[in-house]
Design a protein around this ligand. Structure first.
Ligand SMILES: Cc1ncc(C[n+]2csc(CCOP(=O)(O)OP(=O)(O)O)c2C)c(N)n1
Ligand SMILES: [Mg+2]
Length: 421
């Protein structure tokens, strides 16, 4: 042992590989060519899934061809429907972003660039399954036929047609009948709730499975790790989706722990089957969702899926990404735009054309606009429209407790005094 003084210790603080004006070096993404990743058997032990957790499951290549064992067997109708769902989600987001700038909505969050994940997952779910989503899975709702766009918009406007009567922040939808659990603003709780719901389904001897959602940044929360332990120990019938869109507001995914390992690898470490998937590849997203949901349904336990994607827009309408990342980042992101990629695939297969795409775009714009008119007929934030005061107190408990009744009476009296004074 030398008596030389040791070099001072220091911590490592991950740095972004791009800055405004300095292009991002995306070589940190661990990419695998389309078609190369094997598909494990449905009952594959988690310990044998290192390859799937460290590499990347991809199907669609740059030319638009589908490759390898994960290429799903979807009909032309299903593929066209998937493309339309993604396009509709993007049109919806763009309109609601404008509505926020017009002060009709107080707040909005887009999923620009991430549409394939929720839209493909929606196609793989079965009636009765329950999703525990975050604010960036509107594609799960927009893909369905039974959730009117005007109702979603009414929630954003907190107007008289809002099923939640203004009790939730805009974007925090809740559609029990559509398998869409009320969105919780407390991130990562989605995972513990999804695992709990899945365990309850198994305890009841039911056949329905759960699907929980969080972002890369949220995996740093304790709930993520607690949920993984419960899911593993009890083999809960759940799919645990981690959407790695490279950012948590202005913080790069490296800060949440993605610099020298993957988020999917966390699953393998916890004994959970894990897949790392190209989230901008609709075909891969559908195939991986189907695999994981089938595994849960066959009582083979949970799957963690890391979806590698890019948050192309701002975090929310309160954010300005030009302050912390290069303006052309999305254009340079190696996994491209999910809509363009599926469009190319359909054109290569001869089941879509540029003309059909343009016509669909126009049709969807009209559909979204008509829904917005309908929603606005019930009032917007701009009208000063608000649900009646009583809705703040009602339907919180089955029977209103005395302290809430007192508060309601007090607020009413204050309003009355203001009116007369
Ligand atoms: C428990 C908790 N901590 C902090 C926040 C504030 N917050 C809202 S969104 C966000 C970033 C989340 O990033 P990520 O999980 O990567 O999801 P993304 O927004 O990228 O989809 C934070 C920190 C919160 N809502 N809940
Ligand atoms: Mg994120």
């Amino acid at each position: 042992m030398s008596n030389q003084p040791a070099a001072p210790l220091r911590l490592h603080v991950p740095e972004p590989t791009g800055r405004p004006g300095q292009p991002t070096d995306f070589s940190y993404l661990r990419l695998t060519p389309a078609g190369e990743m094997p598909m494990p058997a449905l009952d594959c032990p988690a310990a044998d899934m290192r390859q799937q957790a460290w590499g990347l499951i991809r199907v669609t290549d740059h030319e638009g061809n589908a490759n390898g064992p994960w290429a799903p067997d979807l009909s032309p109708e299903q593929l066209q429907r998937g493309l339309r769902s993604m396009m509709k989600t993007r049109v919806f987001d763009a309109r609601m972003q404008i509505a926020q700038r017009q002060k009709k909505v107080s707040f909005y969050m887009q999923c620009l660039g991430e549409e394939a994940i929720a839209c493909a997952h929606a196609l793989a779910l079965q009636p009765g399954d329950m999703c525990f989503p975050t604010y960036r899975q509107q594609g799960l709702l927009i893909s369905r036929d039974d959730v009117p766009l005007a109702t979603m918009m009414s929630q954003l406007m907190s107007n008289a047609n809002d099923p939640l009567q203004g009790r939730q922040l805009p974007v925090m939808y809740s559609f029990k009948y559509a398998g869409f659990f009320s969105i919780s603003g407390n991130l990562a709780t989605q995972f513990s709730q999804a695992v709990g719901w899945a365990m309850a389904s198994a305890i009841k001897g039911d056949t329905k499975v759960a699907s929980g959602w969080i972002g890369d940044g949220s995996t740093a929360e304790p709930d993520f790790h607690a949920a993984l332990t419960f899911a593993h120990v009890y083999r809960a019938p759940v799919v645990l989706n981690v959407v790695n869109n490279q950012y948590a507001i202005s913080t790069v995914q490296a800060i949440a722990g993605g610099e020298t390992t993957t988020f999917a690898a966390r699953g393998v470490g916890a004994g959970i089957a894990s897949l790392r998937v190209d989230g901008n590849d609709f075909l891969a997203a559908y195939a991986a969702s189907r695999w994981a949901l089938a595994r849960a349904r066959a009582n083979l336990g949970p799957t963690l899926i890391e979806w590698v994607t890019y948050r192309a827009g701002a975090h929310s309408t309160s954010d300005d990404p030009a302050r912390y990342r290069p303006a052309d980042d999305w254009q340079r992101f190696p996994l491209g735009d999910p809509i363009e990629r599926l469009k190319r695939h359909l054109i290569v297969r001869g089941i879509w054309s540029d003309a059909q795409h343009e016509a669909a775009q126009e049709e969807l714009q009209q559909e979204v606009l008509a829904a917005q008119k309908q929603a606005e007929s019930h009032g917007t934030l701009l009208d000063g429209h608000m649900p009646p005061l009583e809705t703040m107190f009602e339907q919180v408990y089955e029977h209103m407790p005395p302290h809430l009744a007192d508060q309601m009476a007090q607020v009413r009296a204050e309003q009355e005094a203001q009116r007369h004074g």
